[in-house]
Design a protein around this ligand. Structure first.
Ligand code: ASP
Ligand code: MG
Length: 440
């Protein structure tokens, strides 16, 4: 069994869907996981926001625009009139689910129902194209029948495995299955989702649950790049990465892969291949338990961090100090990204500033608190075990003109993190590119 996931741009039009149908041809058993067509989830988020604001007129209008778009895609995809009429009935049922929610005030569960429609629509149309136009056998598996999160909003791996197996067992002779990414049930049985970009996570969970031999993530870029292509010229796709390296990179900036999606694959040792729909022959990036030889494979950046420094003489030789400090963050359910300490001070970063004021208030009980907003973590990812000093020297040498706010090294053998002002990010990424990857 293979799992092939296609992102929003890969299924973003009738033409793109036809191309995907070509790419999934194979003799092997496979599950195709689709995102919503590009722009749809954003449109649905917007519709929900309008409803929260009480603007039913605008929400109705936006929903109707989206509906018209889907009617057009259905017509483009299915040349046969009877098939079109039938598909439109199904599409309209999806939109009715949205319109029905406009009658009363929108609730959180209603919003989730709205957000779920994108993946339901893309799979519905794609399945019809494959079966009715191409005349192939394909089963549309409802993700809502097997994807599930628990009370902590974590995927329920045992449930997913059992229920996916039950679904697949009903079709012993079928080779091709199509299902929705992103959407799932929650602990109460309601419709929910795996958060934005969650289709990658779906694919990885499905791959793990089905003991797949490979998980393919198809997007519109040819793999994970060694540096941010939006900032630096001449970046290239990394051929091979270990699960750990890929997890670090996915978290730090590289938008192409949902950070959590590496975990289920790693747990079950299933290789993940990142491939490009627009350039299907390109090798892309292979993520597995193996890794390539380069000590530093990639540089990535994550913006929007807040650095907090707490200076306290109470910390000197005290035990339990860090625990009570971390409890403040725990209290406000705010994850810490980076941390560095000296004998009398601690610096750490957070990327969720929702409770910043409360956190700072509580921290002032410990000592002097300083805050720097607009910080960027630059993360060097690779296999740093063998050639640590060489790699660090090259990196810091390249950054000699950039003020460094924090450095974190040694937490994992795959990562050196450096905090800089966001204003210095471009300069830092370019300098690292020249110093690390452009050796003559
Ligand atoms: N459609 C969802 C989103 O846009 C999930 C995904 O595409 O991965 O976030
Ligand atoms: Mg995505």
């Amino acid at each position: 069994m293979k799992v092939l996931k296609f992102g929003g741009t890969s299924v973003g039009s009738a033409e793109r869907m036809r191309a995907v149908a070509e790419l999934i041809q194979s003799d092997e058993r496979r599950i195709v996981v689709l995102s919503a067509m590009s722009g749809t989830t954003n449109a649905l988020v917007n519709i929900a926001r309008l409803l929260y604001d009480g603007d039913t007129t605008a929400a109705t209008y936006q929903t109707e625009i989206l509906r018209q778009h889907y009617l057009m895609v259905a017509r483009e995809l299915l040349p046969n009139e009877a098939h079109v009429t039938d598909a439109i009935t199904q599409v309209d049922a999806r939109f009715r689910a949205v319109f029905d929610l406009m009658r009363g005030p929108l609730t959180a569960s209603g919003e989730k129902v709205i957000l779920a429609q994108g993946e339901l629509l893309s799979t519905l149309l794609f399945h019809r194209y494959v079966t009715q136009v191409l005349g192939q056998q394909a089963v549309l598996l409802p993700a809502l029948d097997f994807m599930k999160i628990d009370r902590d909003e974590e995927p329920d791996a045992a449930y997913i495995r059992e229920h996916l197996a039950q679904q697949l067992a009903q079709y012993p002779d079928n080779q091709l299955f199509i299902t929705q990414g992103y959407i799932c049930r929650n602990a109460d049985g309601g419709i929910d989702n795996l958060k934005r970009g969650g289709s990658d996570y779906s694919a990885s969970l499905i791959g793990a649950a089905a003991d797949a031999s490979e998980i393919q993530i198809w997007t519109d870029i040819d793999g994970l790049h060694n540096n941010d292509p939006r900032v630096v010229e001449g970046t290239y796709p990394i051929r091979e990465l270990s699960f750990d390296e890929a997890a670090e990179l996915a978290y730090f900036g590289a938008k192409i892969l949902h950070p959590s999606s590496v975990l289920p694959a790693r747990q079950h040792n299933i290789p993940v291949r990142l491939l490009n729909t627009m350039q299907p022959e390109a090798p892309g990036t292979l993520i597995s338990s193996k890794t390539g030889p380069e000590p530093i494979k990639a540089v990535a950046a994550k913006d929007g961090l807040v650095a907090i420094n707490v200076k306290s003489s109470r910390m000197l030789l005290a035990h339990g100090f860090l625990r009570s400090l971390f409890e403040v963050f725990e209290r406000y359910r705010t994850p810490i990204d980076m941390i560095t300490t000296s004998e009398v001070a601690v610096s750490l970063t957070i990327d969720d500033a929702t409770h910043l004021e409360e956190i700072l208030n509580d921290l002032r009980g410990f000592g002097t608190v300083e805050v720097d907003k607009n910080q960027t973590i630059i993360c060097l990812v690779g296999n740093l075990v063998q050639s640590t000093h060489g790699a660090a020297r090259l990196a810091f040498g390249a950054l000699e003109d950039v003020p460094l706010r924090m450095i974190s090294y040694g937490g994992s053998p795959n990562n050196i993190s450096i905090l800089v002002n966001t204003a210095d990010k471009t300069r830092a990424l370019k300098a690292l590119n020249a110093g690390l990857f452009q050796k003559a």
